[in-house]
Each structure stands twice: as structure tokens, then as C-alpha cells.
Design a protein around this ligand. Structure first.
Ligand code: HEC
Ligand code: HEC
Ligand code: HEC
Ligand code: HEC
Ligand code: HEC
Ligand code: HEC
Length: 325
């Protein structure tokens, strides 16, 4: 037989086989059972495991996440928006943890015309400097709240007590030493909180811990009010180790919390402008090493090199500071 006839017969035979076998493989069981209705039966669809499960499904197993999430401002953003459909989880494996949070979070938060203002918006480049959003935000409870405790102390009484501090922090709150911090014009709410932290043991320092433990709560308030009210002075800084211009580039990532030039953004958080460079470097290394604990600073310092830290120290030490009004 000629070759082309063989090919033709093979082709016809193959088509026949497909025509006979395919209906058996592709037809769903309910085909023809419901008259002319040729798709899956409603009971069959209802019996399938849904692709999306709603947060209620996650509650039983991820209790801690759920508690955090339902207490925060993301309780309207359901888990599966960020973690993908739960179908088959946990039997068939873990759900993905989003790694590119810039991409994920900007889908809802990037400022754009027409986006309803009930959904908080940011200018991404200025806000995060390209860092992952999770460096500063907890995705399950993203609002960064700084409880600003009211400082009710009496600055005049604080002045009396401050004589005990003058040897290290200076009579005017400007320290004589490169590694001891200036206190003049620091935010009073921050000073009160950090002194209370030394007192309670949440933060430890061989020098400051015993000194703070000897202070009463009202003395802490008075001292915070006093040092906060002092005039700040740009300190004549000697030779800082780092490079100011290189520090300025890294410091863009710090502005949301510490303000432009370290002059303060939120009264609960420390100002950094004109602080002693050696102290700044020690503090940053302590955060990075986990010796000083703060969830936000831990995230921020994780990626800093020793050179970055020296440059940041030089940059903030060189900034002009502002007296608290
Ligand atoms: C029946 C219990 C159960 C339910 C329901 C459940 N999970 Fe899980 N989930 C697990 C277990 C077990 C793991 C694996 C934990 C491990 O190995 O560290 C896991 C892992 C995960 C992980 C990855 C954690 C990691 O460390 O890699 C994510 C994300 C996650 N679940 C999200 C969800 C979400 C969102 C829901 C609801 C839609 C949900 N889970 C419902 C039990 C459950
Ligand atoms: C806005 C997005 C978003 C929502 C909504 C969300 N998550 Fe997550 N989740 C994340 C991100 C991002 C991470 C990674 C956290 C990190 O890198 O610090 C994560 C981490 C996790 C992990 C792993 C934690 C770990 O440290 O190993 C679990 C489990 C989890 N989420 C469960 C849930 C559950 C349950 C819900 C709903 C109640 C939920 N998530 C809602 C974004 C989200
Ligand atoms: C599906 C949209 C969506 C995604 C994705 C999303 N968010 Fe949100 N987010 C919201 C909505 C809506 C609110 C406001 C909730 C409210 O106030 O009721 C909110 C609130 C916030 C707030 C609190 C603002 C305030 O002042 O209360 C922050 C911060 C935030 N989101 C950061 C993030 C981060 C970081 C991510 C990524 C891990 C993220 N969001 C992902 C929709 C989203
Ligand atoms: C360097 C730390 C940092 C990073 C990184 C960061 N944020 Fe923020 N974000 C903050 C701080 C601090 C606030 C509170 C600022 C304030 O009170 O105005 C805030 C506030 C917000 C708000 C609330 C704004 C409002 O008007 O209420 C949203 C939304 C938000 N961030 C989303 C994001 C998203 C999305 C990303 C990732 C692209 C991100 N953030 C990365 C520190 C950061
Ligand atoms: C013997 C020297 C010495 C004396 C006296 C002293 N301090 Fe300190 N103080 C330090 C040192 C060193 C640090 C930095 C500790 C560190 O690196 O964690 C510090 C840190 C602080 C801080 C934290 C500053 C910041 O920016 O976080 C405050 C607030 C403070 N001292 C207040 C006081 C007060 C109030 C007194 C008087 C009651 C006092 N100190 C007496 C040496 C001293
Ligand atoms: C999301 C907010 C946030 C961001 C971003 C941030 N910080 Fe902080 N920083 C804080 C808070 C809160 C504290 C107070 C921590 C404490 O109480 O121990 C702090 C403390 C510090 C201190 C100690 C100050 C003192 O007087 O003891 C230094 C230094 C510092 N930050 C430097 C930086 C630098 C440099 C960057 C940028 C690379 C940065 N921070 C970014 C929130 C932030």
C-alpha cells in the first residue's frame, strides 16, 4: 500500500479511538442525570472543598496570629488575601508567606487619585525608601502606635535632682564625653520612658541601672521634664569616624520615625540630631546585636553594616538640633 494511504488510515483510526474514549474520560458522572443540564450537579459542586475558606477556618489552629490580627486595623483584610487560597492546607502543605511585601502592600496602600481615603495611603518611595514594609510594620497588626505618655513632672524640681547627673550628662544636659548621651532637649516622653525602662530592668546598663533604680516615679517625671526643657546645642564634635554624606543616604530610612535630620517625628521616640556619634554607634550596635530590645529598631538595624553605623553616627551628630517648644 502507498505510504500516504497508510498515514490516512492511521489518522482515521486515531480519530476513532479519541472519539470513543474521550467521552468516558471527560464526562462528569452526573451527565444526562438532570435532563438537558450538562454540567456538574449542584450537590456535587456544594460538596467540593471551597478554594477560599474565610478567616474563621484559620482560627482554630493559628490562635496567636488570629488574636493579633483581630485586634489590629487589618481585621477587614482576610488572611487569604495575603497568604493565598487555603484549599488543601494544612494537609497538602504550608501556605506561602509573602516575601515581597512592597508589592503586596502597595496594591492597597500606594497613593493614587481615586483611591478612597478610608484606605490609608502613602507615597511609597518617600515612605519606605524601598525597604520591605515588614521591617517596620507587623502585617497582622500594622498600625504603628506610639503611646505618648504625658509627662507631668516639675522642671524646677528636676533641676535640683539633676545635679546627680551632671558629672556624666553635663550641667546643661550636654555630655562631656563622646559615648555618653546628651539629654538636653530630648523628648520628655522618651526620657521618662527610657528612665522607667532602666528602673524596671527592661533596659540595662551597668551605670544607669543602679542610678535609675534609686529614683522615685515622680523624680523620673521631674528629670524628664527638666532635661526636655533645656536648650539644645550642636556639640563641637571632634573627628567622627564615619562619612556624613554616606550617612545621609542611609538616614532616609529613618526619617519616618526620627524626623528630618533626626529632629524628631513623634514625641514618644528619641531625637537623634546633634547626639554624640560614639553613643549613636553604640546604641545602633546594641539594637543590632539584640542587647537593647525594641521591635522596630531590631528590624531597622538588621541589615546595617559596621560602615553604615559609623556613617549614620557621623551624619546625625552633624545635624543641627531643635529645642522642644
Ligand atoms: C487544621 C489546622 C490549620 C488550619 C485550619 C490552618 N492552618 Fe495554617 N498551618 C497549620 C500547620 C500545622 C502549619 C505548619 C506549621 C509548621 O510547620 O511550622 C501551618 C502553616 C501555615 C503557614 C506557614 C507558616 C510557616 O512558618 O511557614 C501559614 C502562612 C498558614 N499556615 C496560614 C494559614 C491560614 C491563612 C489559614 C486559614 C485560611 C490556615 N493557615 C489554616 C495548621 C493549620
Ligand atoms: C496584610 C497581609 C496579611 C494578612 C491579612 C495576614 N497575614 Fe499572615 N503574614 C503576612 C506576612 C507578610 C507574613 C510574614 C511575616 C514577617 O515576615 O514578619 C505573615 C506571616 C504569617 C505566619 C507565619 C508566621 C511566622 O513567623 O512563621 C502565619 C502562621 C500567618 N501569617 C497566619 C495568618 C493568619 C491566620 C491570618 C488571618 C487571621 C493572617 N496571617 C493574615 C501577611 C498577612
Ligand atoms: C487588600 C488590601 C490591603 C492589603 C493587601 C494591605 N492592607 Fe493595610 N490596610 C487596608 C485597609 C482597608 C486598612 C484600613 C483598615 C481600617 O482602618 O479599618 C489598612 C490599614 C493599614 C494600616 C493602618 C493605618 C492606620 O492608620 O490605622 C497600616 C500601617 C497598613 N495597613 C499597612 C499595611 C502593610 C504593611 C501591608 C502589607 C504587609 C498591608 N497594609 C496590606 C488594606 C490592605
Ligand atoms: C522605616 C519604617 C517603615 C517602613 C519600611 C514602612 N513604614 Fe509605613 N509607617 C511607618 C511609620 C513610623 C508610620 C506612622 C507614621 C505616622 O504616624 O504618620 C507608618 C504609617 C503607615 C501607614 C498609615 C498612613 C496613614 O496615613 O495613616 C500606611 C498605610 C503604611 N505605613 C504603609 C506602609 C507600606 C505599604 C509599606 C511598604 C511599602 C511601609 N508602610 C513601610 C514606618 C514604616
Ligand atoms: C556615671 C555616669 C552617669 C551618671 C552619673 C548618669 N548617667 Fe545617664 N547615662 C550614662 C551612660 C553611659 C548612658 C548610656 C547608656 C547606654 O549606652 O545604654 C546613659 C544614658 C542615660 C539616658 C538614656 C539616654 C538616651 O538617649 O537613651 C538617660 C535618660 C539618662 N542617662 C539619664 C540620667 C539621669 C536622669 C541621671 C541622674 C539621675 C543620670 N543619667 C546619671 C551615664 C551616666
Ligand atoms: C519604625 C520606627 C523607627 C525607625 C524607622 C527607626 N527608628 Fe530608631 N528608634 C525607634 C524607637 C521607637 C526608638 C526607641 C527605642 C527604645 O525605647 O529603646 C529608637 C531609638 C533609636 C536610637 C537610640 C536613641 C537614644 O537616644 O538612645 C538610635 C540611635 C536610633 N533609633 C537610630 C535609628 C537609625 C539610624 C534609623 C535608620 C537606619 C532608625 N533609628 C530608624 C524607632 C525607629
Amino acid at each position: 500500500m502507498p505510504k500516504h494511504i497508510v498515514r490516512l488510515i492511521t489518522l482515521i483510526a486515531a480519530a476513532l479511538v479519541v472519539a470513543l474514549v474521550a467521552p468516558h474520560l471527560l464526562t462528569v458522572k452526573s451527565f444526562y442525570r438532570f435532563g438537558h443540564y450538562r454540567a456538574n450537579a449542584v450537590p456535587e459542586i456544594a460538596a467540593r472543598e471551597p478554594v477560599y475558606q474565610t478567616p474563621r477556618y484559620c482560627y482554630g489552629c493559628h490562635t496567636a496570629r488570629r488574636a493579633q490580627w483581630s485586634a489590629g486595623s487589618h481585621k477587614t483584610v482576610i488572611c487569604e488575601v495575603c497568604h493565598g487560597p487555603a484549599q488543601g492546607h494544612p494537609q497538602n502543605g504550608k501556605l506561602p508567606i509573602p516575601s515581597d511585601t512592597v508589592r503586596l502592600c502597595t496594591q492597597c496602600h500606594e497613593a493614587m487619585p481615586g483611591r478612597p481615603h478610608t484606605q490609608p495611603q502613602i507615597q511609597v518611595a518617600e515612605h519606605s525608601g524601598g525597604q520591605q514594609c515588614t521591617v517596620c510594620h507587623n502585617p497582622h497588626s500594622p498600625k504603628i502606635t506610639a503611646a505618648v505618655a504625658k509627662v507631668s513632672g516639675d522642671a524646677a524640681a528636676g533641676k535640683q535632682q539633676a545635679s546627680a547627673c551632671a558629672s556624666c550628662h553635663g550641667t546643661e544636659g550636654i555630655s562631656p564625653n563622646d559615648t555618653w548621651p546628651n539629654l538636653a532637649a530630648q523628648n520628655p516622653a522618651y526620657l521618662a520612658r527610657i528612665l522607667a525602662a532602666y528602673k524596671s530592668g527592661d533596659q540595662t546598663d551597668p551605670i544607669m541601672t543602679p542610678l535609675a533604680q534609686a529614683l522615685s516615679d515622680s523624680e523620673v517625671q521631674n528629670l524628664a521634664a527638666y532635661f526636655g526643657s533645656l536648650n539644645c546645642k550642636a556639640t563641637p564634635h571632634g573627628k567622627a569616624v564615619g562619612d556624613v554624606a554616606a550617612g545621609a543616604a542611609v538616614a532616609k530610612n529613618c526619617t519616618v520615625c526620627h524626623g528630618e535630620g533626626g529632629r524628631g517625628a513623634n514625641p514618644a521616640w528619641p531625637k537623634l540630631a546633634a547626639q554624640k556619634p560614639g553613643y549613636l554607634m553604640n546604641a545602633l550596635k546594641a539594637f543590632r546585636g539584640g542587647l537593647r530590645k525594641d521591635p522596630m529598631m531590631a528590624g531597622v538595624t538588621r541589615g546595617l553594616s559596621d560602615a553604615d553605623i559609623a556613617n549614620l553616627g557621623a551624619y546625625y551628630a552633624a545635624q543641627t538640633c531643635q529645642t522642644t517648644k
